[in-house]
Design a protein around this ligand. Structure first.
Ligand code: FUB
Ligand code: ZN
Length: 647
């Protein structure tokens, strides 16, 4: 076996950092993720392109035609969803490119090339690129960074361009976007004569780091750093910009720049506030920059913010941002279930942030959250058929919630698509001496540890079962340290190497076991994570969940749906002593482990017309089946609940 050029590690800069696996080097050839990745490749990617066409998203690229009527009207903020249509096909190109890298597809490539050709034609001579402003309002470009998403859109195009270049080697799109970045560099910065602004919807920052990792052009890193450092500087650029437009800053629809995490410099922020997706994209860039610039102050800020999110503001599903009014955070411990906004994009972006944190600090507290969103609050955003979606991932429903084919603001479908099509990169990381396994699920992976090429075969029924086999195929004996994440949910773990038990009391640091040895061809590591059904309780300050319990097994959070129960799960009372069992149901939506038990159901038959009475409802036994939350709303519509009353 020789080291293939496809799997060369990216050149490291600054401090040592773990390098995520090349996503294309990890093949899900069985197990849980096989059907999801195939469905996203075969159904989601083509149908999303179809929707983009049908819904007029690609029409915005017809720069040689006069702009047609608006497909999305202007909102009170002055923003139309159409302002950022570029971001949607940017994200779609990114997701499609990840599939292309492993599964070449000339027809798909031609669709992307057609978009790139139009973008190139439409790009202004000075490099500016945004379909809305070029076609509709060229004189208003860069006049409203607070509301109009110009750099957000360019950031997504840039991420798409990097992914397409890495998949195909074609430079055209990348060059278009480098010209757009050159234009931004010429326009924005702290230097005299430049605008001292930054986009209120973060995204360009992390995209620039991705670009920098391809180009190694220090200007790309410097621009990302400038945007992060500038954020929240007072007096606010947005006030100045509003005055220049002849508007009063007081008329800002969202009232506070906390909406955009621009209320104070990022290093001073302690609480996660504002719009959830924006926050997660910003923090992802901060994690990246903490490494690239060897800047511990950004890492410290990220640590504080991460602890605040996880300790006070995160749903049990990994969903985040409870409120629709700001698409984000409200007060700490405010985690309503039925009205949860918990946008799919936000959960996906928490995956991005957690993953980046783990590359600079191998701590399972980060990868635990990556796993939580992966199996719960992000995966719930896409249907089992791969072409229906949730934007809001509520934790409770009375049957009013339905998955949709396309959304008025379809940011989420392409986000979940790019997450799943690049999933391999989240499973493993390496540095010169270590191979870290973050996630479990059947796959075969090709990895580079230092100068050694390693093939790793992971076999498991995870997340339905906690037994995992890792087999090594190495060209020649190779010494490195294997780091294995012990999930935070696991109370009893066993690991052996070639049948010899590993003493976990001696070798676990920050939730990762470390096994150093010379690895030889055929070596096998066996892992056993015990996976009982667990009852989860919320902090007493989460008033919605007082007296209630959620069920979890391994990383998977469960819910009860009306279609299984034959009634509303809100009427169930789960006895504290009730034993709950787990059973694999091969017939359920492609196969899943379900939980079964008997609860008490409040009887409604003897209430006649009374809304209130002096005697409580009588209770009768009711067997129930709970299914993985991510699978809900794939069958008949009906009520659903994660949190159940406990008696
Ligand atoms: O504003 C752009 C995207 O649309 C945001 O990230 C989502 O929350 C949705 O509002
Ligand atoms: Zn979204």
């Amino acid at each position: 076996m020789t080291s293939s050029p496809r799997f060369q590690p990216a050149r490291a800069a600054g401090r040592q950092r773990y390098r995520p696996a090349e996503h294309s080097g990890v093949v899900f050839d069985g197990g849980f993720w096989q059907s999801w990745t195939e469905t996203v490749r075969n159904v989601t990617i083509p149908t999303q392109h179809k929707r983009l066409e049908e819904e007029g998203f690609l029409e915005v690229l017809d720069f040689d035609k006069p702009a047609g009527p608006l497909v999305r009207p202007i909102q009170p903020s002055g923003l139309s969803m159409q302002h950022f249509f570029d971001s949607d096909f940017g994200k779609w190109i990114e997701a499609a490119s990840y599939t292309l890298k492993v599964h070449p597809n000339a027809a798909l490539e031609a669709k992307i090339d057609a978009i790139v050709e139009k973008l190139e034609k439409g790009q202004m001579a000075d490099g500016y690129l945004n379909s809305w402003f070029i076609r509709r309002e060229p004189d208003r470009r860069w006049t409203n960074l607070r509301d109009l998403h110009e750099m957000y859109s360019m950031g997504h195009l840039l991420e798409g361009a990097v992914a397409y270049y890495e998949a195909t080697g074609k430079r055209r799109f990348l060059d278009v976007m480098i010209r757009a970045v050159d234009h931004i560099i010429a326009t924005f910065g702290a230097e005299p004569g430049k605008l001292r602004g930054y986009d209120a919807h973060e995204e360009i920052e992390l995209a620039l780091v991705k670009l920098y990792r391809v180009t190694r052009d220090p200007r790309h890193l410097k621009l990302a750093t400038y945007f992060v450092d500038e954020r929240g500087r007072m007096p606010s650029y947005y006030d100045e910009e509003a005055r220049k437009r002849g508007e009063s800053p007081d008329d800002y629809v969202y009232k506070t720049y906390a909406y955009s995490q621009a209320h104070m410099p990022v290093r001073d922020q302690h609480q996660v506030v504002g719009h959830a997706v924006r926050a997660m994209y910003l923090f992802s860039a901060m994690a990246d920059l903490s490494h690239e610039n060897d800047d511990p102050t950004l890492k410290e800020a990220c640590d504080r913010l991460f602890d605040n999110l996880v300790g006070r503001q995160l749903y049990v599903t990994g969903g985040l941002g409870p409120s629709a009014s700001n698409e984000g955070f409200t007060r700490e411990f405010d985690l309503p279930n039925e009205t949860a906004y918990a946008e799919t994009c936000a959960a996906v972006a928490l995956g991005f942030w957690s993953h980046r944190m783990a590359q600079v600090d191998l701590d399972s507290k980060f990868t635990d959250r990556l796993e939580t969103v992966l199996y719960n609050g992000a995966l719930s955003g896409i249907s089992r058929d791969g072409e229906h979606y949730f934007y809001e991932n509520v934790l409770e429903s009375h049957g009013q919630h339905r998955r949709w084919k396309w959304h008025y603001c379809p940011c989420c479908p392409t986000n979940i698509a790019r997450f799943i099509t690049s999933l391999g990169q989240y499973f493993y990381s390496t540095d010169d001496h270590q191979l870290a396994v973050h996630l479990y699920g059947t796959n075969s992976a090709e990895l580079t540890v230092g100068n050694s090429f390693v093939r790793l075969i992971q076999e498991t029924l995870y997340p339905w079962d906690g037994d995992i086999s890792l087999r090594f195929a190495v060209e020649r004996p190779s010494r490195f340290q294997l780091r294995l994440r012990i999930p935070g949910w696991c109370r009893q773990a066993q690991i052996s190497v070639n049948g010899v038990a590993v003493d976990l009391d001696q070798c676990v640091t920050k939730g990762y076991a470390a096994i150093s040895r010379e690895w030889r061809n055929g070596d096998e590591v066996r892992i056993g994570f015990s996976m009982p059904v667990e009852r989860i309780y919320a902090h007493p300050a989460v008033s919605e969940d007082g007296g209630r319990v959620a069920l979890r097994r391994g990383p998977v959070v469960y819910c009860i749906e009306e279609t299984d129960l034959g009634g509303e799960p809100q009427r169930l009372r789960l006895p504290a002593s009730e034993e709950i069992s787990a059973r694999y149901d091969a017939a359920l939506l492609g196969g899943a482990t379900v939980l079964e038990g008997t609860a008490l159901e409040a009887d409604i038959t003897d209430w006649q017309n009374a809304l209130y009475r002096t005697a409580p409802a009588s209770l009768k036994e009711r067997p129930f089946t709970a299914i993985p939350y991510h699978l809900w709303a794939n069958r008949e519509p009906g009520a659903m609940a994660i949190w159940l009353q406990e008696v």
